[in-house]
Design a protein around this ligand. Sequence first.
Ligand code: SF4
Length: 68
Amino acid sequence: MDFWIKNERGQAQFKGGRHDWPQASAIAAGCLHFSLDDEDELVAEEERSCYNCRYRRWTEHSFICMKR
Ligand code: SF4
């Protein structure tokens, strides 16, 4: 849970913000829940990334994962 903090609702928010591309892809590489989002929602070049996952919900400065 190193790369996550709990927000006020108890949801897991990514500590790396919106631009930690290497970390977002490293997490997704080891995540059993990864699922590629719709094409118009993809933002990362590397396909397998939390930033491209249908379970991430963007926040102002980062995203939360709906599977954590
Ligand atoms: S956003 Fe959540 S479910 Fe999706 S790859 Fe990242 S950790 Fe896994």
